[in-house]
Ligand binder design. Structure first.
Ligand code: PEP
Length: 257
């Protein structure tokens, strides 16, 4: 059965010392909490600069992710960081296609497919973000938007590689805004995502695909979201910067599944 996950995206927050402190606090709290780690997982995604050092203090129950990888494998791309580099410093996951990357850095489906392939080639598990912006939601285009984001990137993979991907549905209007999708709105899209995966790769693959929700998820609204049948956990921004809230979200996920 698919894994249920709480993943934290720290974005461009913390310096090395405060990042280490946060990782240690989260680790301590996670180690004190007994849960089935075959069924549930936790991932942190610090800035590139912290990944190696955090890997040395992180609980073995917590996975380590980058927030991005370069679209090239190596070479003269000043300032870029490749999937291979990320893997070599201890990360096992990479967030791809976050809406901030799509909107501020112009990452389109073509670029994201290249990044996805490099991520998989380097044995990193992709956490692939999709989701509509507010105007698209207001025009009831959310289904078409997520379908094309999936069709043009994830469905270009063969089934063996597709099965390695974690999907994160993040309505852009809910990210960092304090506005959360209602549990019903989120469930509706998650069920739709699972349906199009089933249409493409079959019901068994769809049943085993982890689909996270992201967008202002925090302990006060998580029960409603995590109790939905097609929501397999969360990609968490703001609340991942507070160790108590972040680990509390894992506890709520376990309690609701
Ligand atoms: C995110 O950036 O992936 C996110 C979900 O942020 P927040 O939880 O702060 O809305």
């Amino acid at each position: 059965m698919r894994k249920k996950i709480i993943a934290g995206n720290w974005k461009m927050n913390t310096d090395l010392n405060s990042g280490l402190e946060l990782a240690k606090n989260v680790s301590q709290k996670v180690d004190e909490f007994a849960f089935n780690s075959d069924e549930f997982g936790m991932i942190v995604s610090p800035p590139f600069t912290h990944i190696h050092a955090i890997g040395n203090v992180l609980s073995s129950k917590i996975g380590l992710s980058s927030q991005n990888v370069a679209e090239w494998s190596n070479g003269a791309y000043t300032g870029e960081i490749s999937a291979q580099m990320v893997k070599s410093i201890g990360a096992n996951y990479a967030i791809l296609g976050h809406s901030e990357r799509r909107s501020y850095f112009g990452e389109d489906n073509q670029v994201l497919f290249t990044k996805l392939k490099l991520t998989l080639e380097n044995n990193l598990t992709p956490i692939f973000c999709i989701g509509e912006v507010l105007e698209e939601r207001e025009e009831n285009k959310q289904f078409d938007v997520v379908k094309s984001q999936i069709d043009e990137v994830l469905f270009k993979l063969d089934v063996v590689d597709f099965k390695k991907v974690i999907i994160a549905y993040e309505p852009v209007w809910a990210i960092g805004t304090g506005k959360t999708a209602s549990p019903e709105q989120a469930q509706e899209i998650h069920a739709y995502i699972r349906k199009i995966v089933a249409d493409k790769f079959g019901a068994n693959v769809a049943d085993n695909t982890t689909v996270l929700y992201g967008g202002s998820c925090k302990p006060s609204n998580a029960d409603g979201l995590f109790s939905q049948p097609d929501i397999d956990g969360g990609l968490i921004g703001g609340a991942a910067l507070n160790a108590d809230d972040f680990v509390q979200l894992l506890k709520q996920l376990v309690a609701n599944k």
